[in-house]
Structures are given as C-alpha cells and as structure tokens.
Ligand binder design. Structure first.
Ligand code: IMP
Length: 310
C-alpha cells in the first residue's frame, strides 16, 4: 500500500522563542543553527509509518528539525541503546516509504561535524567564541552574489570587463563573484595600504595591477566601503589611466560612516556601523576564513568600528 501524503504541522516553529523543545539538546542544536544562520523548522512534519484498516495512524515519525536551505531533516539522538535501535528501525521504514525524503540521524558530537561538511560550521572554537552575531550566512551571501553576477552580466553584455580586486579582503568575494558572471572576464589585483595614524586617509599602492587598463571596462571589486577614502583615492588613480569605463561593485556598504561621496554601482548588502569580519574580512588578519559575515565581541583591545587599517 502506498502511503498517504505526510501530515504537515502549520506553521512549524522557526525560532527558539516559539519552539517548545522536548529536550535540551534540541535547543542547543537550534542555537548552533541560529549562530551559523541556517534556517530551520522544528518538527514540521509527521510521516505516517503504519496505518490501521480504518486509516488511523498506528505508528509515525516526526523528525526533530527540517533545515530549509539544505533540504533535509535531522533527528537528534542520544547514546541510549534501546532508543537508538527503535529509531534505526523507524528510519529504515521511513526510507522505504519515503525514498525522496532525506533524514539524518545525529549524535550530539556530530552537530558541528555535519555543519562543517556543508561548509557552514568550519569555524574553530576560539573564533566561534569571539563572534557576536552572524549578519549574513553563507547561503545568504551565495544567493546575493548570484544576483549581483546576473546584474553585471546583463549590464556588460557584449563587453569583456576586467574585474579589479583590492587585496586581501576581496579574495572570497572575487572568487565567488567571477563564477557568477556569465561573460568572458579577466581579473587583476592590487594591494594598497592606508597610512596609519596620520588620519589623512591617504592610500599607498603596495602592489600595482599587472594589466594595462587603458580602453578596458574596469569594474573595481571591493569587500567593504566604509569612509570611502580608499575607494575614492583608488578611483582617481585608475581613472587617470583612461579606462573605457570605471564602475564599482562592493559586497558591503557601511553607508553610515561615509565621509567621501563615492558612487557604488553594485552593492551586496548594507551593514550597520559596526566592525564586521568573515568571508575575507579580517580583524588583525584573523577571521578571514569564516564562511559567514559577523560582528565580533568587543574586547579591551577589540575592534572599534572601522578604524582598523586593512
Ligand atoms: P574606507 O577607506 O574607510 O572606506 O575603508 C575601506 C577599507 O577598510 C576596507 O577595504 C577594509 O579593508 C577596511 N574596513 C572598513 N571597515 C571594516 C570592517 O568592518 N571590517 C573589516 N575591514 C573593514
């Protein structure tokens, strides 16, 4: 007998405040998912496993979580052997009846390992403790960059843009963005540094472009625009080399701190007036490898929004 459609619980809780968790470990897992910005639903579906002749459900399975972006269910489990055996039996039945539905059985020690496997939780404990709030999760960043890539490909149709990245903060963004621009593109990089301490905002080119940009359609790719001083200076320098066009694509726009009015043609996200790290952005060279963008906890010598040199 083929199973009837599973029963949906609507609306399923999606926040810690709304979900009344049956176990502490479920709340812990939900907090971890929130930390990494992974969208979840708590016990959203009940899958009937066995029905009586009158159609009544005799046995059912309600996985603890559904991870929306990853499209699979998670059932948390303890090490108590009796319970594990029963769960395995139900899972086997579930896979027979609903072969298209993916359910993962997860032990406590596996939480972080699972998220790491999906490129979400690859964060060491020390850095995890320093993160205050995840502003943009890995999947949100990916989605937004897809949109930016599409807009750029549309606007530059028939041309071959040169993407100019400003190191080092732009590494992740450039790598992902260029793979979403469905055009022939070239890339080049510059390393610049702000003079420290004199407050002038002057910019020094540490390593220049390898390409001649005269007559080229140049798109500057920046990680974050804060006061706008760096970008303003850079644009003047590049404009003097007579490109056919010059435009800017910034992943993050910290508009509240702008001192120089620079035009941003493409912007990923606007960020509040706080120091952010991750996805290439650093605080004293750390945190660049976080797969998401986050604010960090303030320490005595911690980041003071935007004042750090690159
Ligand atoms: P601006 O010249 O003030 O616009 O500064 C831009 C540069 O400062 C960026 O390219 C970053 O290298 C750095 N920066 C500004 N704000 C942040 C932040 O919140 N996190 C990490 N780096 C930042």
């Amino acid at each position: 007998m083929s199973p009837r459609p599973f029963e949906a619980r609507s609306p399923a809780p999606t926040t810690i405040e709304d979900a009344r968790f049956a176990h502490e470990s479920e709340e812990e897992f939900a907090r971890l998912l929130d930390f990494y910005g992974v969208r979840w639903q708590y016990e959203p579906r009940t899958f009937p496993l066995q029905r009586g002749d009158d159609g009544r459900i005799l046995e059912a399975f309600s996985p603890d979580f559904y991870l929306v972006d990853l499209d699979f269910y998670v059932e948390l489990t303890t090490l108590k052997q009796g319970l594990v055996t029963d769960k395995h039996r139900k899972l086997r039945r579930m896979r027979e009846l609903y072969p298209d539905v993916e359910v993962k059985l997860l032990y406590r020690r596996d939480y972080v390992r699972l998220l790491t496997k999906y490129g979400i939780g690859a964060v060491n404990e020390q850095e995890r403790m320093s993160v205050r709030e995840v502003l943009f999760s890995a999947s949100e960043i990916e989605r937004r960059i897809g949109e930016l890539g599409w807009e750029i490909a549309r606007d530059y149709h028939g041309r071959e843009p040169l993407l100019v990245g400003v190191l080092k903060g732009v590494t992740c963004f450039m790598a992902d963005l260029m793979r979403h621009v469905a055009l022939p593109v070239s890339i080049d990089f510059m390393t610049i540094s702000s003079y420290e301490g004199d407050g002038s905002g002057a910019v020094r080119v540490v390593q220049d472009l390898s390409e001649n940009i005269a007559g080229r359609h140049v798109l500057i790719v920046e990680d974050i625009v804060d006061t706008g001083m760096t970008l303003n200076h850079l644009m003047k320098q590049l404009q003097a080399r007579e490109p056919a066009s010059l435009a800017v694509c910034a992943l993050l726009d910290k508009r509240a701190r702008r001192l120089v009015d620079v035009q941003l043609d493409y912007v990923g996200f606007e960020v509040p007036d706080e120091f952010v790290v991750g996805y290439g952005l650093d605080f004293r060279q750390r945190f660049r490898n976080l797969p998401f963008i986050a604010t960090v906890r303030s320490e005595p010598d911690g980041p003071d929004a935007g004042t750090e040199p690159r």
